[in-house]
Design a protein around this ligand. Structure first.
Ligand code: FMN
Length: 399
């Protein structure tokens, strides 16, 4: 195990966050760590997990723990997949290929973001596990058609369509850190922000040896060139996904479609009507519309609405294996982890992602044993207790 991420320095995911903060420049760390506006939802995502308490069954022998689950017809060794995280290659040169490789070794899936620096074919080849492609319509339908055809030819297992990004959320930290200027501005406009990069010489060396700012290898424009990674915010603003696009995608992509970014029963039912094979209860890790509810709180409503018709996944705020257990008790088939592995990637590349997954697996096994439950598939609502005010939300939604 790489020393930077070994115990006692790194015992939990939060420790990886601290190592990442020390390795990468502030502009990169804040992009990864931050949320939109007042970061209310970002905080709530994590706080919601703290509000749910366990109801263990003690004096039960649990000699082995079965963490396996099945998502979209895929057998996974773990009840979590790696969520799409844009700009991963800027965090560490291992980037998307490294994260996918580690996911495959652990027996789980990786979801590749449209906003990625490595080619999807290379990411697919790097992993022995399933790789799904997350789609934004940057560049329009024509560009997306090309990407979808490539994803199909490469053997991607599913398409995840993110519906919560009509425009990019305002990440105030990114503006303050001069993210747009550093990525694509003139030398003059970079000047006020450059010191944060110069104080991280090891990251800078890795970044320069990797070729600097990577173009978006999976958004190939009509001139045959990849979209430059300059102001993706502007590109996203012109690329809102609608339900009509979903209908069109059903023609372009014969495999399973996952709708990511559902927070209400209404959107969940609509996604099912449009043919979604799974929905992800997600608020984009608190990075889009601020002050939407924590995803763990939205999960029961979505499960009640469509849980018998489609697979319900969730993400947002997962930092411990016990969080994963709570989400599954509330009806999630599996979860996606975002920052939990991306902190590891930013801290130490593949070694950091491996460490994040190791920590979560150990947490999961320990939590199951302490709960008196031997298998992820046996978890249900009876293992947790919710705060009283949470039950009001479901009755409001069904009223
Ligand atoms: C740095 C970063 C970049 C992200 N990029 C994307 C993206 O390109 N596409 C997408 O659908 N979601 C993206 N997300 C959202 C994640 O897929 C996931 O929904 C979120 O991270 C879950 O919350 P968590 O980080 O608290 O686990 C990103 C999240 C982070 C932290």
């Amino acid at each position: 195990m790489k020393r930077a991420v070994a115990p006692p320095r790194v015992v939990k995911v939060e420790d990886l966050r601290r190592v990442a903060q020390r390795r990468v420049p502030r502009v990169v760390f804040d992009y990864l760590d931050g949320g939109s506006d007042g970061e209310v939802t970002l905080r709530e995502n994590c706080r919601a997990f703290e509000q749910v308490t366990f109801r263990p069954r003690h004096a039960v022998a649990v000699p082995t723990c079965d963490l396996r689950t099945r998502v979209l017809g895929l057998d996974l060794a773990l009840p979590f997949l790696l969520a799409p995280v844009g700009y991963s290659r800027v965090m560490h040169p291992d980037g998307e290929c490294g994260a996918a490789r580690v996911a495959g070794k652990a027996g789980t899936g990786y979801i590749l973001s449209t906003l990625s620096g490595h080619r999807l074919e290379d990411v697919k080849a790097a992993s022995t596990g399933p790789v799904c492609f997350q789609l934004y319509l940057v560049g329009g339908r024509k560009v997306a058609e090309g990407t979808v055809a490539r994803a199909r030819a490469a053997g991607c297992a599913a398409l995840a369509v993110t519906i919560d990004t009509a425009v990019a959320g305002l990440r105030e930290r990114d503006v303050r850190n001069g993210m747009v200027e550093l990525l694509g501005g003139s030398a003059f406009s970079k000047l006020p922000y450059i010191s944060q990069v110069l104080t991280r010489p090891r990251w800078l060396l890795d970044f320069l040896l990797d070729g600097g700012v990577p173009p978006m290898a999976n958004v190939v424009l009509s001139d045959g060139k990849p979209l430059p990674l300059i102001d993706v915010g502007a590109a996203l603003a012109a690329a809102a996904v609608t339900w009509q696009d979903l209908r069109w995608l059903r023609q372009a992509w014969p495999g399973p479609i996952v709708v990511k970014g559902v927070l209400t029963a209404e959107d969940a039912r609509r996604a099912v009507d449009e043919g979604a094979a799974a929905v992800v209860v997600s608020n984009h890790g608190g990075r889009q519309l601020d002050c939407v509810s924590a995803t763990l709180r939205a999960l029961p409503e979505v499960v009640a609405a469509v849980g018998d018709k489609t697979e319900v996944l969730m993400d947002g705020g997962i930092r411990r294996g016990s969080d994963i257990v709570k989400a599954i008790c509330l009806g999630a088939r599996a979860v996606l982890i975002g920052r939990a592995y991306a902190y590891g990637l930013a801290a130490a590349g593949e070694a950091g992602v491996t460490r994040a997954i190791q920590i979560l697996i150990a947490d999961l096994e320990r939590t199951l044993r302490l709960l008196g439950c031997s298998s992820i598939r046996e978890l249900d609502r009876s293992y947790v207790e919710l705060p009283v005010e949470w039950t009001k939300r479901s009755s409001q939604a069904s009223a």
